[in-house]
Design a protein around this ligand. Structure first.
Ligand SMILES: [Zn+2]
Length: 245
């Protein structure tokens, strides 16, 4: 029997936004590797070429990001907003992001957290993705008329650095302990050689994931922070909590 178009085994794609070429990999690369290996399509939208960074040219950083996305099994596109370190929260940008949501039609959306104490572009992009997820749903927005409205399933925030983890949202811990996932994630982070040469970002993220995993009694875990309450069909879908100590 031919599978129907809306086959339950084919999850809606995952769409991840990054302000800079390496944000997604450092913040939640293991989650991406895990999802694509499970058969979910993943697409990255990068909103600058990292041109304000201390290390690496925009051309180098573009090449690194493409390589990293491929290692995680994701496709990638770059868009131009205000440029690295110049991002501002604007309705026009949120509409542009909403247009991408309508085109890709994801289930899960990942964006940097809106915590203020981090690179300002991260928090601003997180806010605009949250706005875009609403605008994508509204049928009457004239700038978005080219494609039909789209309601995502869940928006999760990821933290690019430990201080970007929201204190007021209880995280969902995603188990990325499988050796092939840790290997793919590490390779994707190392693909950003212009950045990892300068500081040991890979060690920071693997250590953070190890600490998160230890909290839950597993190897490695990446925290994602849901923007809205998660909806479960029943308590049977609840796994055990992370409190081990
Ligand atoms: Zn960044």
């Amino acid at each position: 029997m031919k599978p129907t178009l809306k086959s339950a085994s084919k999850p809606a794609p995952l769409l991840a936004f990054g302000a800079h070429p390496d944000d997604i990999e450092f913040g939640c690369g293991g989650v991406i590797a895990s999802e694509t290996r499970a058969g979910r399509k993943a697409h990255f939208v990068i909103c600058s070429r990292g041109e304000a960074g201390t290390y690496g040219t925009p051309a180098q950083r573009t090449v690194e990001a493409k390589k990293a996305a491929a290692l995680l099994g994701a496709t990638i596109e770059f868009i131009q907003l205000d440029g690295d370190a110049h991002l501002e929260v604007r309705v026009a940008h949120a509409l542009k992001l909403a247009g991408i949501l309508r085109r890709v039609r994801p289930g899960i959306v990942l964006a940097p957290s809106t915590v203020e104490n981090q690179h300002p572009d991260h928090a601003k992009l997180g806010k605009m993705v949250r706005d875009a997820a609403r605008l994508a749903r509204y049928g009457g927005v004239k700038e978005l008329r080219r494609s039909p409205p789209h309601a995502i399933e869940q928006l999760f925030f990821y933290a690019v650095t430990p201080e970007a983890e929201p204190r007021d949202i209880s995280p969902v811990l995603i188990d990325v302990s499988a050796p092939e996932i840790v290997t793919a994630w590490t390779a994707a982070m190392e693909a950003h050689a212009s950045q990892t040469r300068a500081r040991n970002y890979v060690d920071l993220q693997i250590t953070r994931a190890r600490l998160c995993g230890a909290r839950a009694g597993i190897g490695h875990a990446i925290p994602l922070f849901p923007n809205d309450p998660l909806v479960l069909a029943s308590l049977a879908q609840v796994n055990r909590g992370a409190r081990r100590f």
